[in-house]
Structures are given as structure tokens and as C-alpha cells.
Write a protein that binds this ligand. Structure first.
Ligand code: 5AD
Length: 468
């Protein structure tokens, strides 16, 4: 979400004549985009702001801005605390950024602008450029959150739920695909609570039903050139029967769902105000897993929430085993301003939080490893996204399977592989990724790379990676 907001800021500025520079000392404007979901992210901001003080002293003309959730949360307080800051701008005020910067350049006093656009929600449309689109792009479908999970700051930094009209969403996806994107990830704080009066109503009057499954259907129908569709992050409450059904029906949907659970203990789930129990979550997860033969799931978990006992934590480990998550993000509980859980004593010792997190990661990594090992020897459809990040310069590309596993493949000579879905035989599993060789037929089918002679024989592609 933050990376997406940063892209929108860059686009808004570019459309007003700004260009990007790679060095802070050359910049006329520096924007730090921020996250405040956990305290660590906030600490990072403090240290970055501090580092900019000497730069501002040397070059008083540079405009320094803080954007994002910390900006929204702290507002004027940030300006008072860091005298060298000029602008504080909330997530709903991005469109105003160019005008606010011009004001600052003209000598206006420092300003905080953090107003939610509740009455007339605005979703900045991306401006994809032909040939410049990433293989995988993000599209916002809603913003804000009406849940009140007691640990969470998001309702206070992103405001109440507002939905983007599905027509606009479909239009933006079509523009991305025309520009070369192959995969879209829909973004929203509770992406599956989607509503739009233009879409057919949910089949039942179950209050957990939303129009998210209908949105997915509409996208699949309207943008046939889209190869893969993902979404982040759903709330388990809306992971209904209809959502499972749409996963079984739409081939474009990834065979993977990231469904944050946060805890496996009913007592803690209640204190977290998650509005689902262990048993309900498990049933919902199993229904999704049953939608496709090779479906996988990942989740988010908080350890050391106030009052969490060893027994509560064991219930979390049980749930991780029962669902069989193949991916997991774990966090130590961190008290956040405004969050209702602030009233509860943060009573789990730091040491216990660390121990629990280590045990959780141990379990999850074992499950990931076991799952990846089952894929060795199989052929997977891999959407190739670009050069391997892990081993830049080794002529390796990386892509992802229909679920979410990263696969490294040697870049074939003379063939354009980026943006293609390629059949890859998996030859090895690393700790967090796979290594594979495209099948001969898949290589043959690839378009020729511009300006390069096509190879007359396929080199045998050997996996180059070792370790993880
Ligand atoms: N403490 C620790 N983790 C948190 N998260 C959200 N709020 C907190 C908090 N106060 C985690 C949740 C969420 C993810 C984005 O961050 O697991 O799903």
C-alpha cells in the first residue's frame, strides 16, 4: 500500500513537471513516505528525519515533507518536533502535494495537511505508460477500515472504509494490461469488504457477504488479457462461501490467499476484536483451500498480545499446523497510539515475545520447506517478472508460480522471457524459493528478443543457485 502511494506521489509530481533525482543533495523536494502499523516503522522515520537536518542547514531551499500514516497520525506535532520539516501530508491529500510544495517554495510557514476525503473519496488513478509497465502492478479498490481490531492503528490513520467504483477499477486494470502488465494485485485494508451499487447484490443476506466476489468476476470478464489476479489483504469475516466459489470458477485468480488470522486462541481473538474464532477461521480457510487442488495460504500473526499465555500461544501453533500455511509473517505485539489495546497492559515480557516468534517461525519455515520440496520434479507455470533480485548480474530471471512461490530460471539467450508465463520444470528447492528449467516446448514458444539472433539450439539450462 505504501509503495503504491509512493508511486502515486511520484506520478502527481511528474505531471507537474518534477523529475526524479537519485541523490538527496541534488533534490529540491524530499518526501519521506511512512508507515505506522508497528512501532519499528515509526522509529525508522525518526532516524531518517534526523539525518536530513544537516542537508536542510546546508540547503535551506530544499522542501522536506513527511507523507503517509505517521504524517496522518502526528500532524502538527511532527512539525513541532522536527523544526527542519516543511510539510506533513496525509494519505488522502496526495493530490494536493504539488500545490503545497509551491507554497513552501514561495516561503509559506510549515504546514500540516491531513484531512480525510470522507464526503468525496478520491482514488488517484495510475497512469501506466506503454512498454514501461511492470509485469505485476497494484490497483487500489478501497481505502480505510471499519473493523476495530484492538491492536490496530489503521482505522485512525486511513479513516473509514470508502470503495472505488468498480467501473474505475476495471478501467485502470485494462490500462495496465494494455501497457504490458500481466498480473494485478488488488489493494485495500479490508479488500474483501467491497461494495458497489452497480454490481449484483450478494446471493444471501449474510452480513459477512460483500460484493468482492462480484468485483473479481467483473474484472475477469472485462479484462481477458489479464493473466493473474491477486488481492491483499482480506479479512476472514468476508472469506465466505461465495469467495471460495469464485476461486473455483475463475482461472485468472491466483491459487493462493493471504488471510491474516493474528492469533489461534479464541480468548485472544476476542480481546483483539477479530470477530472470528479459531474454528470459524479454520472452516473458512479449509473451504478456500478446497477451491483448487493446489491452493495454498499464508497469514499474519501477532505474538505476545496483552494477556497471551503459553496455552493461547499453543492454540496459535495448532492453527498454523491445521491450516498448513506455506507462508507466514509474524510480529511481536507493539502498542500503537489510538489503538484500543493501549488500555490493556503490555504484560508479555519481551523475552517471551522473542521466544514465541522464534518458535512460530521455526514451525512455519518447516511447513514452507516441506511444501517447496513437494514441487521438485513437477512442472509449474511461472510468470517471469524480471531479473533475479537475489543474484543480480548472473543472467537469472525470477518469476512466481500460480500460488506465490518464487522461481529462479536462467535467462534464455535470444528469447524474450519477461512478462511470459513459462512451463518450468522445478529442479531444486531452496529455503524460500525454487530453481527451475523451462521445458523445451516452452522455450520454443517464447517470442524472439528484439535485435538478437534466435539460438538454433537450446542450451541445456543448468541451475546456478546454491544454498538459499
Ligand atoms: N503490533 C504488532 N503487529 C501488528 N500488526 C498490526 N498492528 C500491529 C501491532 N500493534 C501486524 C498484523 C497485520 C500486519 C500488517 O501488521 O499482523 O496483519
Amino acid at each position: 500500500m505504501n509503495a503504491h502511494d509512493s508511486d502515486r506521489m511520484a506520478e502527481v509530481l511528474e505531471s507537474h513537471g518534477w523529475t526524479a533525482t537519485h541523490s538527496a543533495s541534488d533534490a529540491d523536494l524530499i518526501v519521506l513516505n511512512t508507515c505506522s502499523v508497528r512501532e519499528k516503522a515509526e522509529q525508522k522515520l525518526r532516524s531518517e528525519v534526523g539525518k536530513l537536518a544537516p542537508l536542510k542547514a546546508r540547503n535551506p531551499g530544499v522542501v522536506l515533507a513527511v507523507a503517509g500514516c505517521v504524517a496522518q497520525q502526528e500532524g502538527e506535532k511532527l512539525l513541532a518536533r522536527a523544526r527542519h520539516l516543511d510539510l506533513v501530508i496525509g494519505p488522502d491529500n496526495i493530490a494536493e502535494l504539488p500545490a503545497l510544495v509551491v507554497e513552501q517554495m514561495a516561503g509559506a510557514p510549515p504546514r500540516a495537511r491531513t484531512v480525510f476525503d470522507i464526503d468525496a473519496p478520491r482514488f488517484l488513478a495510475a497512469a501506466p505508460r506503454a512498454g514501461k509497465a511492470p509485469v505485476s502492478a497494484y490497483v487500489t479498490t478501497m481505502k480505510g477500515c471499519d473493523e476495530r481490531c484492538s491492536f490496530c492503528i489503521v482505522p485512525y490513520t486511513r479513516g473509514p472504509e470508502r470503495y472505488r467504483p468498480s467501473r474505475e477499477i476495471v478501467g485502470e486494470i485494462a490500462r495496465w494490461v494494455d501497457a504490458g502488465a500481466r498480473e494485478i494485485t488488488l489493494l485495500g485494508q479490508t479488500v474483501d469488504s467491497f461494495r458497489d451499487a452497480e454490481l449484483p447484490s450478494p446471493a444471501s443476506d449474510d452480513p459477512d457477504e460483500s460484493q468482492f466476489p462480484e468485483l473479481l468476476r467483473r474484472i475477469a470478464r472485462a479484462v481477458p488479457g489479464l493473466k493473474r489476479l491477486r488481492y491483499a489483504s482480506p479479512h476472514p469475516r468476508h472469506a465466505t462461501e461465495s469467495l471460495a466459489r469464485v476461486h473455483a470458477q475463475l482461472d485468472v485468480l491466483a491459487h493462493h490467499v493471504h488471510l491474516p488470522v493474528q492469533s489461534g486462541s479464541d480468548r485472544i481473538l476476542k480481546r483483539m476484536i477479530r470477530r472470528t474464532t479459531h474454528a470459524e477461521y479454520l472452516a473458512r480457510a479449509r473451504r478456500l483451500l478446497a477451491a483448487r487442488a493446489d491452493m495454498t495460504m499464508s497469514t499474519d500473526i501477532i505474538v505476545g498480545f496483552p494477556g497471551e499465555t503459553d496455552r493461547d500461544f499453543e492454540a496459535t501453533l495448532d492453527l498454523v499446523r491445521e491450516v498448513g500455511f506455506t507462508g507466514l509473517f509474524g510480529f511481536k505485539y507493539s502498542p500503537r497510539p489510538f489503538a484500543p489495546s493501549l488500555k490493556l497492559t503490555d504484560d508479555v515480557p519481551e523475552e517471551t515475545k522473542s521466544e514465541r516468534l522464534a518458535r512460530l517461525f521455526d514451525l512455519a519455515e518447516g511447513q514452507t520447506r516441506a511444501h517447496l520440496a513437494t514441487l521438485v520434479g513437477t512442472t509449474q507455470h511461472v510468470l517471469v517478472e524480471g531479473a533475479s533480485k537475489a543474484l543480480a548480474g548472473r543472467r537469472l530471471v525470477e518469476g512466481r508460480t500460480h500460488r506465490n512461490e518464487i522461481v529462479h530460471v536462467e535467462e534464455p539467450e535470444g528469447r524474450a522471457i519477461i512478462g511470459e508465463i513459462v512451463d518450468v520444470e522445478i529442479v531444486r528447492a531452496n529455503k524460500h524459493s525454487l530453481v527451475g528449467i523451462p521445458t523445451a516446448a516452452a522455450l520454443e514458444a517464447l517470442p524472439r528478443a528484439d535485435g538478437r539472433a534466435a539460438p538454433n539450439r537450446h542450451r541445456r539450462m543448468l541451475p546456478l543457485l546454491s544454498g538459499s
